[in-house]
Design a protein around this ligand. Structure first.
Ligand SMILES: Cc1ncc(COP(=O)(O)O)c(C=O)c1O
Length: 434
């Protein structure tokens, strides 16, 4: 029987089972895929190297495999059923009168997503706001804490440029002073990093920003210790978790921080334009929202969601993305991402001309790493990888170092990483063709 007719006649998953083949997720529910993935019995170490399992995970995505996407740190594709859930909600909000569908039906359903996010990361639902991205979450905190002229803010030269820009604008507008520490690349001594921050704190320091994972190197910083250092001095710490949450396994409650901002369209694979803000219960009242909210919401985390009319569809589909991740298991995902990073980074690190700007020690990194080929311009290298091989990486040119940032994801195959390594080895041996 014609394969397509067979599938159409007998139903997609049933037919796939009869044929003994794995198929992309179209038409299969999140629950079905979740059941399949979560029935896997292996622990993180066994799972990390199980290509068949990750092949199954990869089929949940709708990828164009003629290209190799090694920039999953920028923004990630969503699995098909996440995209489908979003489209369903969007269709519904256009089919019923939108004021009813959007505001009465869909918007209140966000509460379910809030509760699930809170449970996953070990905090209260009353501490979680659903936002559009890390930029929004973090700027709510960066701009919402009152400061006086001359007050000091402490951050790092490797924090995300938009977050540094936000503080620099405050400096121009309000006369606050921004101080920046410079963290070693890579940094393999937490005590030394803490000491850098400790020395940079002055009697005028009123606010700190810390990246949980540095976006240009994948460096994991000792956030919990930094929070504790600052708290002893009465300094609030905003944690930039854009690359950490959903990437490696931890609970927000473990960090004991006051403010944590993250994008969910990176490592949670949620729809583009989704993010989350955690604010510790007793800090909500003292933090101004970016868009004004009524006084009665002063003590309510939902005041940070007062952004006017917006689609509910992408926020609700966060639920499907969470289900997908929980089915894989955050510990297995972390182990796989580290395995993929080691696969390419250890092979390239054998060459004398290659410098890794990321520690391979599991305490300091996970799925992201940045490498430099000595004597090769990183921008030109990234351009060549794309033009010649359709391999996407990010060129990093920072005053302190340069390199290409490589970020595989759960759907990346070893064959794709081998293609990347082989292309790199041509350049390492022969240089870039002129
Ligand atoms: C460390 C860090 N913070 C903040 C952001 C901003 O994220 P978004 O553009 O999703 O708001 C990024 C984006 O890459 C990032 O890497």
């Amino acid at each position: 029987m014609d394969r397509r007719l067979f599938l159409g006649t007998f139903g997609y998953p049933a037919a796939a089972a009869v044929l003994g083949v794995s198929l992309p997720s179209f038409g299969r529910s999140a629950a079905e895929i979740a059941r399949e993935l979560s029935s896997y019995a292996g622990g993180p170490d066994a799972a990390a190297t199980d290509e068949a399992y990750w092949g199954q995970v990869g089929q949940a995505f709708t990828l164009d495999r003629s290209m190799v996407n090694l920039n999953n740190g920028g923004v990630s594709p969503s699995p098909a059923f996440v995209q489908e859930a979003m489209k369903r909600q969007l269709d519904y909000s256009n089919s019923a009168p939108p004021p009813h569908a959007l505001w009465r039906v869909l918007e209140p359903q966000k509460e379910g997503v809030r509760a699930r996010l809170a449970k996953q990361w070990g905090v209260s639902a009353e501490e979680i706001a659903i936002t559009r991205n890390s930029s929004e979450s973090l700027q709510i905190c960066q701009l919402g804490i009152d400061l006086n002229p001359g007050d000091e803010i402490l951050c790092c030269t490797q924090d995300y440029p938009r977050m540094r820009t936000t503080f620099q604008q405050r400096a121009r507008r309000e006369g606050v002073v921004v101080r920046e520490v410079q963290v070693p690349v890579p940094a393999e001594n937490d005590a030394a990093v803490l000491e850098l921050y400790r020395q940079a704190i002055s009697p005028r320091t009123r606010l700190m920003l810390v990246s949980h994972m540095v976006n240009i190197t994948g460096q994991i910083l000792p956030v919990r210790d930094m929070v504790s250092l600052a708290r002893k001095r009465g300094i609030p710490v905003i944690v930039d978790g854009a690359h950490a949450l959903g990437h490696f396994d931890f609970k927000l409650s473990d960090l004991e921080c006051d403010y944590y901002g993250v994008s969910l369209h990176k490592w949670l694979f949620a729809p583009h334009g989704t993010g989350m803000l955690y604010v510790r219960r007793d800090k909500i009242k003292g933090l101004w929202p970016m868009q004004a909210a009524e006084e009665k919401l002063d003590d309510d985390i939902r005041k940070f969601e007062e952004i006017g009319t917006h689609p509910a569809a992408n926020f609700l589909a966060i639920g499907e993305a969470l289900t997908f991740n929980q089915a894989i298991g955050f510990d297995r995902k972390e182990a796989r991402l580290r395995y993929l990073r080691d696969w390419w980074a250890k092979r390239l690190a054998r060459h004398d001309r290659v410098r890794l700007h990321t520690s391979l020690d599991r305490r300091f990194s996970c799925g992201i790493a940045t490498a430099q080929v000595e004597g090769i311009d990183s921008l030109e290298l990234a351009g060549w990888l794309w033009d010649k091989h359709r391999i996407l990486v990010v060129a990093i040119k920072h005053p302190e170092f340069q390199g290409i940032r490589v970020t595989p994801s759960v759907y990346t195959t070893l064959e794709e990483l081998d293609r990347f390594c082989s292309a790199m080895e041509v350049v390492i041996r022969n240089g870039l063709p002129s």
